[in-house]
Every structure is written in structure tokens, then in C-alpha cells.
Design a protein around this ligand. Structure first.
Ligand code: 13P
Length: 254
């Protein structure tokens, strides 16, 4: 069965103390309230908090840890970079790759994203690969082609075994942080199109099994409708993941 995932991407928010408090609340609420067996909860705090949060969630088998970025390099003279081996050594299991904010503000291109995925995979860390179109592409009705191309130039270059470890997140850029979520129909048709594309690159079974998350202004009010779509397997949550109540209510939307 395809795995359901709700991942919170905290982006550049929270101090150490706030982060500890938030994750403790989420940890408790997930223990007390989440009954759905097939859902993994992922938190994605900033780098300095990974080690302590890893210890905090250790006893909760539903909770998993992701990093927001990883270096494409193995080790060495790369000031400011964080390697996959470092992430692994503090218990990180997933890493975001290809988030639109990194593509936009850090000019990360397909070649670099593929290297980052390979670096993570070499350490047994699972990439959450983000794709999604800007508003002008949606308005020109080129969005299916645009996202297919994002997959063709990155994920398509992984081996079958590597691809098995990847989670896909569809995040239309016009919906991120704007309060303007994609409709459940828009999400469903893009997720189906992504699955179709993956099935032509890999095979039908691998594509069928793939967890594809939706991200972009998801909240407790719209998550149920989004998650009820047959090809939407969970969410990558920004703003609403910074509040334990909202984040837990989203997880409970399955
Ligand atoms: P928002 O949920 O704040 O729109 O952010 C989505 C996102 O970018 C998650 O990675």
C-alpha cells in the first residue's frame, strides 16, 4: 500500500526554544490523537535544531526527521555546507531537494538537484523531491509539460532502486505562502499526470506505489478535501506546520 505522509517544512522560522516546544507538542498530539496506521509524520526544522529534535522524537515511531537542504559534496572545503553524512549522523531520514525557494533564491538547477539527491541517497537519506510551476506557466496552460520536464531532467536519471527511496512533492509556486491553495481537482489532475510521467520513466508499479504530496497553503480547512483525492498521498505543509494544533489537525484529515 502507498504510504501517506504529512511533512512540515518550517523554513527559516523558530528559535531553539520555540522549536523544542513545538515539536514536543506535535509529538504528544500525534501520540494521543492520530489513529490512522498508515501515516508518517515528518518535521523539517532548520539545521541547528536537528540533533536535539532527533532525540526528542526518538521514542515515537510515527515521527520522522527531515533536513531542508543537503550539500551535493561529500566533505571538504565547502564553507557553510552540510553533508549527507552529517545529517545521517544526527538521525535525519529525509531531505527536501528542489524546493522552489531554493531554486529561486539560490539558483539551484536540475544538475545540482540530481547531485544532491544522489549525495543523500548514498547515505540512505530519502529525498523529498519538490516540483511545481510558477503562475505564468499555469496561465499559459503549460503546467503539465513544465512539471514533467522537471522530473525528466532530475528524477529520471536515478536508478530504479534509488527512485524507490524518493518521495515526490507537487508545490505550485503560486500557492506557496499565498493563501491561495490549488483546488482538489487541480491537485488531483497534476498528481495523476506526475504518476503517469513516472510510469513512463520507470514502470507502472513503481509509479503506483509512489507517495506524491501536495504543498501550497494547505491548512486544516482544506486538507481533508485534498487528501481524499486518489492521487494525493499527503502534504508538504509550510505555514500551518508552525502551529501544533493546525499541523496535527492536518495529519488527522486522512
Ligand atoms: P505554505 O504551506 O506556507 O504555503 O508552504 C508550502 C511549502 O512551501 C512547503 O514546502
Amino acid at each position: 500500500m502507498r504510504k501517506n505522509i504529512v511533512a512540515g517544512n518550517w523554513k527559516m522560522n523558530k528559535t531553539y526554544q520555540d522549536a523544542q516546544a513545538l515539536v514536543s507538542e506535535i509529538d504528544n498530539m500525534v501520540r494521543d490523537e492520530v489513529t490512522h496506521e498508515n501515516v508518517e509524520v515528518i518535521v523539517t526544522p532548520p539545521f541547528p535544531f536537528l540533533n536535539s529534535i532527533s532525540k526528542l522524537i526518538q521514542g515515537n515511531s510515527r515521527m520522522h526527521l527531515a533536513a531542508q537542504d543537503v550539500s551535493a559534496h561529500e566533505s571538504g572545503a565547502y564553507t557553510g555546507e552540510v553533508s549527507a553524512a552529517m545529517l545521517k549522523s544526527v538521525g535525519v531520514e529525509y531531505v527536501l531537494v528542489g524546493h522552489s525557494e531554493r531554486r529561486q533564491y539560490h539558483h539551484e538547477d536540475a544538475d545540482l538537484l540530481l547531485k544532491k539527491m544522489k549525495a543523500a541517497l548514498a547515505q540512505g537519506i530519502k529525498p523529498i523531491f519538490c516540483c511545481g510551476e510558477p503562475l505564468e506557466v499555469r496561465e499559459a496552460e503549460d503546467h503539465f509539460k513544465y512539471v514533467a520536464q522537471q522530473l525528466r531532467e532530475t528524477v529520471a536519471h536515478l536508478s530504479n532502486e534509488e527512485f524507490d527511496q524518493v518521495v515526490i512533492a507537487y508545490e505550485p509556486i503560486w500557492a506557496i505562502g499565498t493563501g491561495k491553495t490549488a483546488s482538489s481537482a487541480q491537485a488531483q489532475e497534476m498528481h495523476a499526470s506526475i504518476r503517469e510521467e513516472l510510469s513512463s520513466i520507470f514502470d507502472a508499479q513503481a509509479a503506483y506505489n509512489k507517495t506524491i504530496l501536495y504543498g501550497g497553503s494547505a491548512n486544516p480547512g482544506n486538507a481533508k478535501e485534498l487528501f481524499s483525492q486518489p492521487d494525493v498521498d499527503g502534504g508538504l505543509i509550510g505555514g500551518a506546520s508552525l502551529k501544533s494544533r493546525d499541523f496535527t489537525d492536518i495529519i488527522k484529515s486522512f
